[in-house]
Design a protein. Structure first.
Length: 440
């Protein structure tokens, strides 16, 4: 009891609680009434496929890996219990940013809130994990609270989970939990949560070579190295099999990999095609080589292992987003933000990269969505006039569309700034030995 009282009176702890309250309040206020109807229409369709027993892949709305689908299955049961409308209202001819998608489904505030609630909870847990990692690495509670606040109050994070309803925050949660358990030498759990992150969205899997290198560098003898590597691989493999077991048994494994296979189409070479994520295929070999090169260097590390692992992890993810002609869908870059935050706590100049990410990517997704984000307010509350929104949507999109396209060509700036400031710190402190120098 005395510990609780002292913690409550502790200034950093009060800031953490206040930040959590503000972040939750913002999300709870926005989640029901603002939404990206394009994504929400797919979640509505998925829930309506699940309810009559068609399953995740029996309909035409769900082609991601099963993780988010399992959560939607649970949510569909909750909605059924409380008789929540899962159909929504059809708005004919609604445009989505610069792209016409025909008729659009505007889902109800209750539906929006329930679908987004797991994502909001995930945001909070990611902040807590960042807090714990920073406390472990720096032993500085104030820095840990700052890290908590940066993630939880970042406008892009709030947008992706509280408005857009994309589930990348779940992938980030699995990834950061795996990092936390790795640093605490809980290798089986690190493997399990890395699998959870990768099976939600692919990117966290890029950490596996670095994690194996971390064990090689940190284990005191050969037997401990083998035991650690076996533990993380067993945890990773077994959990991956469990995640895909249902699709395998139902003969739907290929359907469950549709998200990945759809990104593996032949890259487009037109001007607009330069902005397609499929173009990552052009540089995938370089990214793979860079990842294994850093893993090789990490395996030889003799000191400051935790710091160097975080540094190299940040560089690996920066290599995804540093290319001028390979801009991302806005939610993908969330995997980079935690490592910017961790590096900031370790003394790297990350304020400008974090600010650039928060502004450029958030403005981009707002321009992408246009006035469509306001339709739940018009349809379900009457605060806005539906006819007025329909009248101005085309005009607004004619302005926001070109801005969105223009921003595609500068989305690489946050990652470039991140790498630049890492280089500057290494050059100034270690006489230009980057990347061989170990961070202090």
């Amino acid at each position: 009891m005395n510990w609780i009282i002292k913690s409550a009176l502790n200034s950093p702890f009060r800031v953490l609680i206040l930040t959590a309250i503000i972040g939750l309040a913002l999300r709870f206020a926005l989640a029901p009434f603002l939404t990206m109807h394009y994504d929400m229409s797919f979640w509505s369709g998925t829930v309506n496929d699940i309810t009559p027993g068609d399953g995740l892949y029996g309909g035409r709305f769900y082609w991601y890996t099963p993780v988010w689908g399992y959560i939607l299955s649970i949510l569909s049961g909750i909605m059924d219990i409380f008789s929540i409308d899962t159909q929504g209202v059809i708005i004919h001819g609604l445009y989505f940013g610069p792209y016409a998608i025909g008729d659009a489904i505007i889902t109800s505030p209750a539906f929006n809130f329930i679908v987004k609630l797991p994502l909001i909870i995930s945001d909070l847990f990611v902040s807590l994990v960042i807090y714990l990692i920073i406390k472990k690495v720096t032993a500085d509670e104030k820095k840990a609270v700052i890290g908590f606040a940066i993630w939880f109050l970042c406008p892009l994070v709030i947008w992706v989970s509280g408005i857009q309803a994309q589930f990348d925050t779940l992938a980030v949660l699995g990834m950061m939990l795996s990092v936390l358990f790795l640093l605490n030498k809980r290798y089986l759990l690190a493997g399990i949560f890395l699998s959870f992150g990768m099976c939600t969205k692919l990117f966290p899997g890029m950490l596996l070579p670095l994690m194996l290198a971390y064990i090689i560098a940190g284990a005191p003898d050969r037997s401990q190295k083998i035991k650690g590597i076996a533990s993380i691989l067993i945890g990773f493999s077994v959990f991956t099999i469990l995640i895909f077991l249902t699709p395998i048994l139902n003969g739907e494994l290929w359907s469950s990999l549709g998200f990945f296979s759809s990104r593996m189409d032949e890259p487009i070479t037109s001007v607009n095609g330069l902005l397609e994520w499929d173009n990552i295929l052009y540089i995938a070999p370089m990214i793979a080589f860079f990842t294994f090169y850093l893993s090789f260097l990490l395996a030889k590390t003799k000191s400051s292992l935790d710091h160097r692992f975080i540094l190299f992890s940040g560089l690996v993810f920066a290599s995804l987003f540093i290319w001028p002609f390979f801009p991302t869908l806005p939610q993908y870059i969330l995997v980079l933000l935690p490592f910017m935050i961790l590096l900031l706590s370790m003394g790297y100049e990350m304020k400008l990269p974090i600010l650039a990410l928060s502004i450029i990517i958030t403005v981009s997704v707002i321009m992408w969505t246009g006035v469509g984000v306001l339709y739940p307010l018009a349809v379900y509350t009457g605060i806005l006039d539906l006819n007025y929104l329909e009248a101005i949507s085309g005009t607004i999109d004619s302005y926001t569309g070109p801005i969105y396209v223009a921003l595609q060509f500068v989305k690489f700036i946050p990652a470039v700034l991140m790498v630049y400031f890492i280089y500057i710190k290494q050059r100034d402190e270690k006489g230009g030995e980057f990347p061989y120098a170990e961070p202090e």
